[in-house]
Design a protein around this ligand. Structure first.
Ligand code: ZN
Length: 405
């Protein structure tokens, strides 16, 4: 097919390779891809439809590599109730809305890290989006996620012992079972494999490692054999270390990570998704945190500390917010946190564009010829004021305008 070309004429263009936005460029898009990034005066494209974006900066579509489209904020409905009381059909209907809200906010790609008890519904949602039945970002899906038996939630101790509550992820124990779980999830359509390397199952609710080193090694090897990278939830340092040794591709949260562990991650090129925003959201729901009024909670301090340690050690840091526990479409809060904790707006924008694209190994996240045309325009200059990234007024995905100027 040969779609009519579109010429975007924004006031400024910014992509990670530019120090600051450039005001002399226009961007030509055709058949889902960027065709040319050229000087506005020079580029004559008489057949193209022109879209003027006065006062706006055109940036690559934003990415959030840690989302949960099948969850919504816990102050509306607690996690246990969402998982135990709501049908997969109901949760999918809500996920359709969440996907649209995300795309309209300028996030053109999510790596969705587990349906939390909604089975393989993420694979179906991805298909419906790709086929154009419902609007939404590109999805990288992980289906059910894998946890050690008895090591996730809803926690059985909180229910009648004969009640056997439906779990939020697939349980497995031993090398054979984890390998089987990986293969089944891949067969059902998982693009990545998500595992939980630790959880709050110590005798007093402490976070402890759940999978043994042997189990993690077997899991990662089986996933990699199938061409599926691995994302590991790990909060405590020991679990992070085991994940590093097993050769996972990304570590999520990492709040308890030591300098030594982050140094190993940098050396082995394991990327980090800091999930700063969910630390804030959980603190608001459960620990009395009031933004701007109370001091940060211990959890928020831990998350901030891990972020600083990771940066100091030169770890690759992408944008991963853990959205779902807080409202879909407000993913930009993660970029604002990264800036609050020391990144320049440009670094935070890179984390959510070119760096995240590098983590998922896709030809996205930059404005350059032959890259997929996922583009967003915001008023003002987001490299000066990261708040501008929260005021998206134009969104293009795969060369198609999904939100007009
Ligand atoms: Zn998560």
């Amino acid at each position: 097919m040969n779609d009519r070309a579109i010429l975007l004429r924004p006031a400024r263009v910014w992509t990670a390779e530019f120090d600051s936005p450039r005001s002399d460029l226009a961007v030509l898009v055709q058949d889902g891809r960027i065709v040319a990034v050229d000087s506005a005066e020079k580029r004559a494209a008489p057949d193209a439809r022109s879209i003027d974006l006065p006062g706006m900066t055109l940036i690559p579509g934003l990415m959030d590599l840690h989302s949960h489209l099948f969850l919504y904020p816990y102050d509306e409905t607690p996690w246990d109730a969402q998982v135990l009381k709501e049908s997969e059909a109901y949760r999918t209907a809500r996920a359709v809305k969440h996907a649209r809200q995300t795309l309209e906010a300028g996030f053109t790609l999510l790596r969705d890290l587990g349906t939390e008890g909604a089975g393989y519904a993420d694979v179906a949602l991805k298909r419906a989006i790709d086929e154009g039945h419902v609007p939404g970002p590109r999805l990288i899906v992980t289906t059910r996620a894998i946890v050690a038996a008895g090591s996730y939630a809803p926690m059985r101790k909180n229910y009648r012992p004969d009640c056997c509550p439906h779990q939020g992820a697939e349980e497995a124990s031993g090398a054979d079972e984890v390998v089987r779980a990986v293969r089944h999830q891949a067969a059902h359509g998982a693009d990545w494999i998500k595992l939980y390397a630790d959880y709050r199952v110590g005798p007093n609710g402490e976070t402890v490692p759940t999978f043994s080193q042997d189990e993690l090694n077997a899991l990662v090897a089986a996933a990699h054999d199938l061409g599926r990278p691995v994302a590991a939830h790990a909060m405590c340092d020991e679990a992070m270390k085991r994940c590093v040794h097993a050769g996972v591709d990304t570590i999520e949260h990492g709040y308890g990570g030591s300098r030594e562990t982050f140094a190993m991650m940098a050396e082995k090129k394991i990327a980090f998704l800091p999930t700063l925003t969910v630390a804030e959201a959980i603190s608001e729901y459960f620990y009395g945190y009031v933004p701007g009024k109370t001091p940060p909670t211990a959890r928020m301090e831990q998350a901030a500390n891990a972020f600083r340690l990771a940066r100091a050690q030169g770890v690759t840091i992408g944008c991963g917010s853990d959205v779902g526990p807080f409202a879909h479409g407000t993913n930009v809060r993660e970029l604002q946190w990264m800036v609050k904790l020391g990144m320049s707006p440009r670094e935070a924008l890179s984390a959510a564009t070119s760096v995240s694209a590098q983590i998922i190994r896709r030809d996205l996240g930059q404005i350059r010829p032959n890259y997929l045309a996922d583009l967003v325009a915001v008023p003002g200059d987001p490299t000066q004021d990261i708040g501008a990234a929260g005021r998206v007024s134009f969104v293009m995905k795969n060369g198609v305008v999904v939100r007009g100027p």
